[in-house]
Design a protein around this ligand. Sequence first.
Ligand code: PNW
Length: 486
Amino acid sequence: MASASALLPRDFEWGFATAAYQIEGGVNEGGRGKSIWDTFCHLEPSRTKNANGDVACDHYHRFEQDFDLLGQYGAGAYRFSIAWSRIIPLGGRNDPVNEEGIRFYNQLIDSLLARGITPWVTLYHWDLPQALHDRYGGWLDVDEVQKDFEHYARVCFERFGDRVCNWITLNEPWIQAVYGYATGGNAPGRSSTNKQSTDGDTTTEPWIVGKALIMSHARAVALYNKEFRHTQRGVIGVSLNGDYFEPWDAEDPQDAEASERRMEFHIGWFANPIFLAKDYPTCMRKQLGDRLPEFTPDDFSLLAQAECDFYGMNYYTAQFAKHGTGEAPLTDVLGNVEELQHDKQGTPVGKESGLHWLRSCPDLFRKHLTRIYKLYGKPIYITENGCPCPGEDKMVKEEAVNDPYRIQYFQDHLDAICKSIEDGSVIKGYFAWSLLDNLEWSDGFGPRFGVTYTDYVTLERTPKKSALLLKDIIAKRQGPLSNGTH
Ligand code: PNW
């Protein structure tokens, strides 16, 4: 029997999310330096389906119009990322700060605040300054990059922290480490298994990069805690992605173990050190041995000073895990697990969307939320959730703006949030991905995740039906006003 779901809190924060390289364009304007994504797209255009972020949605020139849309949709918050190379074009702690870049983000922030919209700022959404990659290998130099990231974070706290009270250090470090340094599908495209790549050592690099990301996050949070928190009174966290995994064979304890192991390799890798100040999961040590860099006593003491406020969760889908037989290859990053979209009986994990890797699995989202809250104990903000509709990439505008699949996806996933709240989880906010159709990285401009249709020729924006409905979907789940305590 279905019971009534718990309500969303009255002060539930919600809005839409984007990332700099996916929407801004204006890559040669305002003194911006190049990032590893400029290089990745331009060096071998087939890697991103001949697309690049040179113009993207031209948000750089059209942000006022985009924020009008946010207002029209009733959003209370907006998550965007700062391009490191707009703030410090060469990236490093001794390199000059670019005042034009500061001015651009000041305009963004002020324009949001003028509309009563709360800015949520991601410091790093995959766009490392190219100069740091060239200078010392970027994320491969754990000691150097964490110092440069800390300095960049300091500049942002100093220059924007009087008005920005919600910080996300990194977006999806797993994708940066694995797609950037194992599969090679994302910038900087290093891999020893991908034929399009000529360099990279997949047996070691993802693990080094992972440590560099963890320590960079920790440095930024420790800095915030020590020097900014008491005056700026904001919150800071990180956004981790990770699918939920169910055993492929429900009867096989080895598949049950494989599901857990797959999630530990994805989420525990970052969440153990970040949220628990603990070493990597045991199963990772067991499989990877000394290819997994150690944390020194100094690292642990920094991690302990880097307590953050929330778990940012990017969630899209779930899968089944089947245990690998035999030894994992040295290039394995998944925990010796095969990932499948159908279980042993052939039952699909969820309804197909417009992208091969994404199926709608709201029941497993509930399990995922409840598991994460139990493990890490931090309030959760969903910092991304969304989908392209089936066939949407081939639709003309008139068709694409009618998006019942997306509306259902939002409804079902908000329902799952309520159910996880009922399980005892603390969930405080939700950002739909994305405000606009935008550059979907290596998939180019094909998949459309936006609640706003972007015409990439005219750059005209048109709200889809889902854009205006999210407000109602959330309001309905908040219940009637209580006695004004929120
Ligand atoms: C996230 N996968 O990335 C990113 O944070 C966004 O920038 C991106 O546009 C969004 O999700 C939609 O893809 C992911 O293949 C990219 O499983 C790929 C995967 C997951 C997340």
